[in-house]
Design a protein around this ligand. Structure first.
Ligand code: HEM
Ligand SMILES: [Ca+2]
Ligand SMILES: [Ca+2]
Length: 301
């Protein structure tokens, strides 16, 4: 038993439109929530599979782990769930709401739509200690690749999915080490020297580590190729992002998206992004009678 497109078409025909209108309402009042929801789906899928384990609140849950402290958009999922319980009680899983909200966030940001297979069930386990298999911004391409391979995602999926950094922001604390004493001689040499002062003024040495900076300079709300152009121009923000351009195993995919490799090897980012999201959305699923349909997304039944 797996997931399928239109799983709720008879049990809750309005499910997808309720999620979509909820995302639209919230993102219209705070456009940064689109990035928050997209990232939350990723952090869910990599830990215990796409089962909404990331949404459980309480001491010692995934939400309390360091890597998840910056997650945003929980209130959007809760809002959609409240409306869905009023319309078709006990039918739509929180894991599916999150997968649909991530898709709707991409579309809202100007990305291409894709059909989300549904039928995920919600998990009953959420432990902060499980969060360690998420990639870190200091991971080498080799480690990033290993972490994705462990979830059934290949190198192209890695480069494609990290392209989600075309929207959203990062706290200074995740990259400011690159701006000052990265080497004995100073800043990370893989940063464009003419871009460096701009980043240094956004994240001053010993300044506020929680201050936020766009991951895709100049295009943080648009789902476009600009993130990859920035990598090519040594303007990536996270060390793990810029590394995708320096490592031969990932550089080719970036070049294909940028149209630097044409013809049969050309690739369209927006099309591939949907495909890789569907793959990611199928990690270690609970379906059929496994797990449960939560009543409230922040608590197991
Ligand atoms: C090697 C893989 C990845 C690493 C190391 C990484 C790391 C990070 C870090 C450090 C941040 C900033 C977090 C903060 O300041 O709170 C971030 C933000 C973000 N990440 Fe990733 N990420 C990776 C892959 C992905 C993937 C696969 C997706 C989605 C498909 C994604 C979507 C996002 C989004 C949308 C944001 C912005 C969040 C916001 O503005 O609130 N990332 N990522
Ligand atoms: Ca999960
Ligand atoms: Ca962008």
């Amino acid at each position: 038993q797996g997931t399928r497109v239109g799983f709720y078409s008879s049990a809750c025909p309005l499910a997808e439109s309720i999620v979509k209108s909820t995302v639209t309402t919230h993102v219209n009042s705070d456009s940064t929530l689109a990035a928050g929801l997209l990232r939350m789906h990723f952090h869910d899928c990599f830990v215990q599979g796409c089962d909404a384990s990331v949404l459980i609140a309480g001491s010692g849950t995934e939400r309390t782990a360091f890597a998840n402290l910056g997650l945003r958009g929980f209130e959007v999922i809760d809002d959609a769930k409240t409306q869905l319980e009023a319309t078709c009680p006990g039918v739509v899983s929180c894991a599916d709401i999150l997968a649909l909200a991530a898709r709707d966030s991409v579309v809202h940001s100007g990305g291409l739509s894709y059909q989300v297979p549904t039928g995920r069930r919600d998990g009953r386990i959420s432990q902060a200690s499980d969060v360690s298999n998420l990639p870190a911004p200091f991971d080498s391409v080799e480690v990033q690749t290993q972490k994705f391979t462990a979830k059934g995602l290949n190198t192209q999926d890695l480069v494609t999915l990290v392209g989600a950094h075309t929207i959203g922001t990062t706290a200074c604390q995740f990259f400011s080490n690159r701006l000052y004493n990265f080497t004995a001689n100073g800043p990370d040499p893989s940063i464009d020297p003419s871009f460096l002062p701009q980043l240094q003024s956004l994240c001053p040495q010993n300044g506020d580590g929680s201050k936020r900076v766009a991951l895709d300079t100049g295009s943080q709300t648009k789902f476009d190729l600009s993130y990859y152009s920035n990598l090519r121009n040594s303007r990536g923000i996270l060390q793990s992002d810029q590394a995708l351009w320096s490592d031969a195993s990932t550089k080719t995919t970036v070049q294909r998206y940028l149209g630097l490799i044409k013809g049969l090897l050309g690739l369209t980012f927006n099309v591939e992004f949907g495909k890789s999201m569907i793959k990611m959305g199928n990690i270690e699923l609970k379906t059929g009678t496994d797990g449960e349909i939560r009543k409230i997304c922040s608590a197991i039944n």
